[in-house]
Design a protein around this ligand. Structure first.
Ligand code: SF4
Length: 377
């Protein structure tokens, strides 16, 4: 704990209660992939218990008007990010492309590697994309004034609080995500409300925007974002169906990994790092010309978001993080649809509203951003 308290975790649960009790507000909540494999631990369940259905049910008991899954936003992220990767590969863009879901790492690059600020994908992160879609497409579809809509993100991550406040991610001068709380803060709210979480019957997310694929679920673990991107890039580049969707060469818990994915004769070299020291080494190797990749995934937390700073404490016990990882892969295996570009609600939204992924004017305006070099700290 920081001795000056400068790094004390800020608790935003009061803000959420206030919004829920305000009759003029329409409160929409979204849950990140990593929450469903960790929240149960706060209620005495085994490490890695998969509680997706109980999570949706518990949020309705708290009084949220609509309960959604950030996984939908993750599928949209893959639509945009896979297209962006293909664009960079085919049109001489800057390589490698870095996945941009982790705000801690994006901020680290801005301050520590300002000369490499053009390598992150321009895609906003999944929960910011979801908030943007909620306040535009969803608000329009449901006839709700976006100014009355409050979007709450339940995240495994303290850095997502700062990310939601970044002005370059807002649209038309308003935030897309209004409040971010962590898994632990959600646990506090459920306990405060006297909800017997472990006894709840499973419920589904709301629709539209509640459908998601196995590809989006694995965003919560190291290697998952790039695997999800490869599932889509493979089919878009080769024009053929990907039958074996699991890229085992991208999985594992080693802090620094590399793999080559063969897209029918076209080799994509991938680097993966999690944990800050490993990530710094990966970027320094790229800067010094020691490693040449087409795409890299970096997550600041060990294990990725399953080991995030807002998750139930695991006190350095790696077995807890591994149990959470196994559960995410299990949920992926159990999904009927496992590739983001096959999500029917995502496809419908592009047809009805966004236009073409990455190149469409509205898709680009709403879902992409720019990063700027910042002073070294
Ligand atoms: Fe947040 Fe950690 Fe996930 Fe990065 S890896 S998004 S810092 S929880």
């Amino acid at each position: 704990v920081c001795p000056t308290a400068a790094l004390t975790e800020v608790n935003h649960t009061r803000k959420v209660w206030k919004a829920l009790h305000d009759p003029d507000k329409y409160v929409v909540v979204q849950t990140a992939p990593a929450i469903r494999v960790a929240l149960g631990e706060l209620f005495g369940m085994e490490a890695g218990s998969l509680v997706t259905g109980k999570l949706a049910a518990s949020l309705r008991r708290l009084g949220f008007d609509q309960v959604y899954d950030t996984d939908f936003g993750a599928d949209v992220t893959i639509m945009e990010e896979a297209k962006e990767l293909i664009d960079r590969l085919e049109n001489g863009g800057r390589l490698p492309m870095l996945t941009s879901c982790c705000p801690a790492w994006v901020s680290f690059i801005e301050h520590q590697f300002p000369d490499m600020v053009d390598i992150p994908s321009s895609c906003k992160s999944p929960h910011i994309m979801f908030g943007t879609i909620a306040k535009t497409y969803l608000a329009e579809k449901m006839g709700i004034d976006p100014k009355k809509m409050v979007v709450v993100s339940i995240m495994p991550c303290v850095a997502k609080k700062a990310e939601a406040a970044r002005t370059e991610l807002s649209i038309d001068d308003h935030d897309n995500v209004d409040i971010v709380i962590t898994t632990r803060e959600l646990g506090d709210m459920l306990k405060e409300a006297g909800i017997d979480f472990d006894k709840l019957a499973d419920e589904d997310y709301d629709h539209p925007l509640g459908e998601s694929t196995g590809a989006s679920v694995i965003f919560g673990t190291t290697g998952g974002v790039i695997e999800a991107a490869m599932r889509t890039a493979y089919e878009w580049i080769t024009g053929e169906e990907l039958e074996q969707v699991e890229f085992h060469q991208l999985r594992g818990m080693d802090g620094l990994r590399e793999a080559t994915v063969d897209l029918k004769g076209r080799e994509i070299k991938i680097g993966i790092a999690h944990g800050l020291g490993n990530a710094r080494q990966l970027l320094e190797d790229i800067r010094n010309g020691k490693s040449e990749y087409h795409a890299i995934e970096i997550m600041a937390c060990p294990g990725g978001c399953i080991g995030g700073g807002g998750q139930p404490y695991h006190y350095g016990n790696d077995e807890v993080v591994k149990a959470r990882q196994r559960s995410l892969y299990k949920e992926d295996q159990g999904k009927k649809i496992r590739k983001s570009h096959e999500n029917p609600e995502v496809i419908k939204m592009y047809e009805e509203y966004l236009g073409e992924p990455f190149y469409g004017e509205l898709a680009h305006k709403l879902l992409h951003t720019k990063y700027t070099p910042k002073e070294r700290i």
